[in-house]
Design a protein around this ligand. Structure first.
Ligand SMILES: C[S@@+](CC[C@H](N)C(=O)[O-])C[C@H]1O[C@@H](n2cnc3c(N)ncnc32)[C@H](O)[C@@H]1O
Length: 211
């Protein structure tokens, strides 16, 4: 098992019990995302965690598959799907890169609070571009801890996270700025359809696979 999978397995039970910190921002993201999805869509959510978002969106789409590197997260998500009787939602253990490599056939790929945690974001984008059909959507929300507009906080994150990581209290984290994140998505072959920042530290991006 990889270091990341072990880290997220360990935090999964606590993560499952934690309330959403900013409900207004969460509802905003959910609402904007719903507005792009249709009842026929086949949807993939990478880094789905305990499956709460996928299960909320399941009623709006044809079928949703959630994947996550952590077997413990996936186990919790699958348990919730069974308890709710969700017929069109399923959950599998896979890295975001593995999921991107088998993303053919999906109408939309979602990634919430995940891409800053991946060591191979460029590869994920390349694989998504290669496997998704033209017009497919990539909908993401990403904390950007290197964003200049967040001010002094970005220096605090840069100083603290490596130390926390050393003691096993933090996973791998990338320090994106909004501009860097958007540039990578565009350079990989996606057109930006919508961008916003709510809460201020996170970038919500809807992008469409170019023809
Ligand atoms: C901060 S949580 C976000 C979970 C959920 N998307 C949400 O917004 O609540 C990050 C999730 O990404 C997963 N993760 C971390 N690195 C990953 C990777 N390389 N591939 C797939 N999942 C990953 C973790 O196991 C965890 O469930």
């Amino acid at each position: 098992m990889t270091h990341a999978a072990k880290f997220w397995d360990k935090v999964a039970p606590k993560y499952a019990k934690s309330p959403i910190k900013d409900m207004e921002a969460y509802e905003y993201t959910l609402g904007r995302t719903r507005s792009y999805l249709t009842a026929q869509d086949r949807v993939l959510e990478v880094g789905c965690g305990t499956g709460s978002t996928a299960l909320l969106l399941a009623t709006d789409v044809g079928r949703i598959t959630g994947t996550d590197i952590s077997p413990a997260m996936v186990g919790i998500a699958a348990g919730k799907a069974e308890a709710e009787g969700a017929q069109n939602a399923s959950f599998d253990v896979a890295t975001a890169r593995q999921s991107a490599q088998s993303a053919a056939g999906y109408d939309a790929v979602l990634g919430f609070n995940i891409f800053h945690l991946t060591e191979d974001f460029d590869g994920i984008l390349t694989d998504l571009q290669r496997n998704l059909a033209p017009g497919a959507l990539l909908i993401s929300k990403t904390p950007c801890l290197g964003e200049p507009s967040i001010g002094i906080k970005r220096f605090v994150f840069r100083a603290m996270i490596p130390v926390m990581r050393l003691f096993g209290f933090a996973p791998f984290v990338r320090f994106f700025s909004f501009a860097e994140l958007e540039q990578k998505i565009e350079a990989a072959g996606f057109d930006l359809v919508e961008v916003s920042s709510f809460p201020a530290i996170s970038r919500y991006i809807v992008a469409r696979r170019r023809d």
